[in-house]
Design a protein around this ligand. Sequence first.
Ligand SMILES: Cc1cc2nc3c(=O)[nH]c(=O)nc-3n(C[C@H](O)[C@H](O)[C@H](O)COP(=O)(O)O)c2cc1C
Length: 366
Amino acid sequence: MSAEINLFSPIQLGAYTLPNRIVMAPLTRNRASDGNVPTELNAIYYAQRASAGLLISEATQVTPYGQGYPATPGIHSPEQVEGWKLVTEAVHTHGGRIFLQLWHVGRISHPSLQPDGVLPVAPSAIAPAEGEASTYEGPKPYVTPRALETDELPGIVEQYRQGAANALAAGFDGVEIHGANGYLLDQFLRDGTNKRTDAYGGSIENRSRLLLEVTAAVVSVWGADRVGVRLSPSGTFNSMSDSDPKATFGYAIEALNQFGLAYLHLLEPSEADERHGGMLIPTSYFRPLFKGVLMANWDYDRNKANTAIANGNADLVSFGQLFIANPDLPERFRVNASLNKPDPSTFYGGSEKGYIDYPALELQAS
Ligand SMILES: Cc1cc2nc3c(=O)[nH]c(=O)nc-3n(C[C@H](O)[C@H](O)[C@H](O)COP(=O)(O)O)c2cc1C
């Protein structure tokens, strides 16, 4: 028997003792019902995966103006809170823990997704250079967003605080602030998208201000030991860039230390980031800067994850695609079983198919 720490070593994550270090990554599946309300179908999907040490919900808009894709759930209406209760109760009945990922997409939205057909908001009036907006009528060219006025920013912070309060009312165990993947908070952090001249732009301190204000507001609702933050320092998805990502994210991560958060969730550089010419910074670079629990993500498998945990580069690992296809991923890892293959054609939208019908091990064996 080895005393080495691995995916099956329990860990203290803020307020919670997790039975394993296998986390379900946040995964947008575009299966909310009318009004962007979660349903029984969503509850079944999450409950099937409750053996994860922690589940992180799909990204969930804190305001109708923060929606960027069809049928993504929200956490701003009473109906959505009621819908999410189905999910949290089902996960708890199956012995799991679930955090909600708080989201505002900023410039990645489209007028057709906005309540009054208005322009999406962003730090600066710069449209994404590549890709198309996802709308109910199919892909459409991105529009140039409207730069938020300085006096609107307290209102944005308040939307996150209210979303966090609604998540508490919905029975979640905590929340993750989505600061990654080119959405609003990431747009403020990086100088490719933030050209502001007020207290929220220019210096790294100023560009980190909105993330830190949102974190303080969310912590005021939940306490820091039930709040995580997700960042993607090397990410180029959604046309993101920064002139000095080591300095930008190094500052933001060290500033987050003041809160004593439950965890920091970092994305590793990807092949796509390499293709886009991004600076590839492994999460191990940031490891010494964060004085808390570090969750790593991107393209990990069982062996890579065990190695990262054993050598101290990560405390936990989150899995995205593997959790889509393997509801019983921890058990499969435990016995080193073969894995179901995810079907990308059913990732975004649809119903049961490719969502709640991936078999668990017992079913396959019978
Ligand atoms: C279908 C799909 C939906 C995703 N939705 C989200 C999301 O809502 N929030 C988020 O932070 N990342 C999202 N991601 C990124 C994943 O959390 C994760 O970073 C990515 O899948 C890499 O991890 P993996 O290699 O284990 O799949 C999504 C990825 C996929 C494939």
